[in-house]
Design a protein around this ligand. Structure first.
Ligand SMILES: *Cc1c(COP(=O)(O)O)cnc(C)c1O
Length: 378
């Protein structure tokens, strides 16, 4: 069997161990310490703008704390992009709130501003104004932030940007994750950079940032004994994980460049193959980190379905994966309201994510090329 070509695997930069050694030498083996502060400072600098970052144990934890900060409680409604990873929506349920799912538009595959407005108007008419809007930058592609922010502002509802896949992406030269009331980042093992597991909450005031840190460290009041006036969480990032993150921040720009080159590689590879379309930015306002490269396949024109393509890759031990199955089609969210025209559903049926790692070798690209050429030569 040939070696597996992964969809997206961790890619260390080399500087990580230095920071971990420092942590060991100083015995900072805890969910606090110089690497945690250092990673937060690195992220604030990278994202630019006036942002405050709290390093947390996961992107999911960051989403959960963002919802709490937006005042989401039992029985509230929260709007969420349907086409996304389940971690975008699960924290809504943690709060006992109800997700209201919104379709995608065709250009960026992210939340459709028209369906968003329709949903808000209808939810208000039905008696409940949604408490927050979770917008996702899918596969690193920035959502149509101007249009989405305009709708959100019209109804005065805060946006939480799920930028878990979009560190290094920009919309009109501004970093994804810095547009909303809160932004969420993830450093899970398959993301553009990793801390083995981790995430961050991006906010715009010191109060919001400090409150998130307070909740993430068991909400301990200022007293010599353990005194609690709020329900807390154990969501802070460890100083060891943050050490990996600091090493990864040294190479983040290179990682973005490499992922974007993978997308160019697929644009070249598929340019003469009818029926296969590579997912690219609609125009230059949308600067994607291309965390994952993706294609859609029109089976009638291509002469094969996207599932046949996935299985052909699998036979060569090349990992590929269907697009995220929309949340409104998931059994666990079957009861949730949905607004849209089934754009996400069609994308799910026709789409496939391809190996996109920043560490893929020329040999691996050659194997992918051969596999595609052989398939479509038949
Ligand atoms: C990875 C991811 C998350 C969750 O991040 P974790 O750090 O794995 O908890 C949330 N939303 C999206 C869109 C993701 O891809």
């Amino acid at each position: 069997m040939k070696d597996k070509i992964w969809l997206s695997s961790p890619h260390m930069g080399g500087g990580e161990l230095k920071f971990i050694h420092e942590a060991f030498d100083a015995n900072w083996i805890a969910p606090l310490g110089p690497n945690v502060n250092g990673l937060e400072a690195d992220l604030e600098k990278f994202l630019k703008g006036d942002v405050q970052v709290a390093a947390l144990s996961s992107g999911t934890a960051a989403l959960h704390l963002a919802l709490i900060a937006c005042g989401v409680v039992y029985g509230d409604e929260v709007i969420c992009q349907s086409m996304t990873f389940s971690a975008s929506a699960n924290p809504i349920a943690y709060q006992g709130a109800i997700p209201v799912f919104i379709d995608s538009e065709k250009e960026t595959w992210n939340m459709c501003p028209i369906a968003l407005k329709e949903a808000i108007v209808d939810r208000i008419a039905k008696g409940k104004k949604p408490k927050a809007i979770i917008v996702v930058h899918l596969y690193g592609m920035p959502a149509k932030m101007d249009e989405l922010l305009a709708v959100a502002q019209e109804f005065n509802i805060p946006i939480i940007e799920d930028a878990a896949e979009a560190l290094g992406s920009t919309y009109k030269a501004k970093s994804c994750g810095t547009f909303g009331r809160f932004g969420v980042l993830s450093f899970n093992g398959n993301k553009i950079i990793t801390t083995s597991g981790g995430g961050a909450l991006v906010s715009h005031t010191k109060e919001d940032r400090d409150h998130a840190v307070f909740l993430s460290t068991q909400a301990r009041d200022d007293a010599p004994h353990y005194q609690h006036s709020h329900i807390g969480y154990n969501y802070r990032m460890s100083n060891i994980c943050a050490g990996i993150g600091r090493g990864q921040m040294e190479v983040l720009n290179q990682r973005v460049a490499a992922r974007r080159k993978m997308c160019d590689f697929y644009v070249d590879l598929f340019q003469d193959i009818a029926g296969v379309t590579v997912f690219v930015a609609p125009h230059e306002d949308f600067h994607s980190n291309h965390w994952l490269s993706a294609i859609t396949v029109d089976a009638d024109v291509a002469g094969m379905t996207v599932e046949q393509l996935r299985l052909a890759f699998l036979e060569e031990n090349i990992e590929s994966r269907p697009l995220w199955k929309p949340m409104h089609l998931q059994p666990v969210f079957a009861e949730a309201p949905y607004y849209g025209t089934n754009v996400a559903e069609q994308l799910f049926e026709e789409g496939l994510c391809l190996p996109s790692g920043s560490n893929l070798s020329d040999d691996e690209r050659f194997r992918i090329t051969s596999c595609v050429r052989n398939l479509f030569a038949k």
